[in-house]
Design a protein around this ligand. Structure first.
Ligand code: SAM
Length: 251
């Protein structure tokens, strides 16, 4: 299975690196890479959903050997177009199930899944499988780092199931939530200069921090840190995202 025509096909890949979102600000990338490089120590890093290399490329520039998994050849082709990508190995496949060879170069010190990408696995079973897959790739003492939003159900007024998150001259976007199944779909309407709109949508499965802890437990991992962001700020009731770190026990 690949994603050549899917949610991260050529249309998204071609524009991905031009985003002006907070995740693309140099200081945010720097902080993210600081944390991941520290966890890598002298070891290797595995990025699930490596995409165009937003994080993998600067991490590799720090001297960390990085391997990535991604379904989308179009996203990976964009990464390959960037300088410094030659040393980054990529396996094309589903990160819930794809195995990377650890015989030759050894297991990974850190695996990471950032920018809400755990939610791209739209079934709970697949999210659980992802934790198990990561655990198999980690060295004892190695860690799995996830950055993901806290489900924003507190923003949904009673009787509604839609949260708008972008309204501007170039487009609108909103999320439709199903609080029974934990399915959600982000709908985007891009508005061209002539006023014509193009609609597209991406499904995801929102997931609670405690649910992720249980998935980690099922995979034999245990929580080491939960921060409110990459600056290692405290995770509180008002946090809108978390950076969570689970470790594979040494014993
Ligand atoms: C939001 S982008 C994030 C890319 C990169 N990690 C970043 O932070 O910029 C999500 C990436 O994950 C990939 N992806 C989504 N679901 C996947 C899956 N089940 N297996 C492998 N890759 C997947 C997409 O193709 C895309 O490249």
């Amino acid at each position: 299975m690949t994603d050549d025509d899917g949610y991260f096909g050529e249309r998204v890949a071609g524009r991905y690196d031009e985003s002006s979102g907070a995740e693309f600000q140099p200081e945010v990338i720097e902080r993210t890479v600081d944390v991941l490089a520290e966890f890598a120590g002298g070891g290797r890093a595995l990025e699930l959903g490596i995409g165009t290399g937003r994080i993998a490329l600067p991490l590799a520039r720090r001297g960390v050997p990085v391997h990535g998994i991604d379904l989308s050849r179009a996203m990976v082709a964009r990464m390959r177009a960037h300088e410094g990508s030659a040393g980054i190995g990529v396996s094309i496949g589903d990160f819930a199930t794809t195995t990377v060879d650890t015989e030759r170069e050894g297991p990974f010190s850190v695996a990471y899944l950032v920018f809400n990408t755990i939610m791209n696995l739209t079934r709970q079973e697949a999210q659980v499988a992802c934790f198990r897959n990561v655990a198999r790739h980690l060295a004892p003492g190695g860690v799995f780092v996830i950055e993901v939003m806290v489900p924003e159900l507190r923003r949904i007024p009673a009787g509604q199931n839609i949260v708008p998150f972008l309204t501007g001259p170039n487009g609108w976007a909103y999320t439709v939530y199903d609080t029974v199944t934990q399915d959600a779909t982000c709908h985007y309407i891009d508005i061209a200069p002539d006023g014509r709109g193009t609609a597209h949508a991406t499904p995801f499965r929102y997931v609670w921090p405690s649910e992720l802890d249980l998935m980690a437990q099922l995979a034999g991992l245990r929580l080491r840190h939960r921060w409110g962001g990459w600056a290692r700020e405290p995770f509180t009731q008002d946090s809108v995202r978390h950076v969570s770190v689970w470790e594979k026990p040494t014993g």
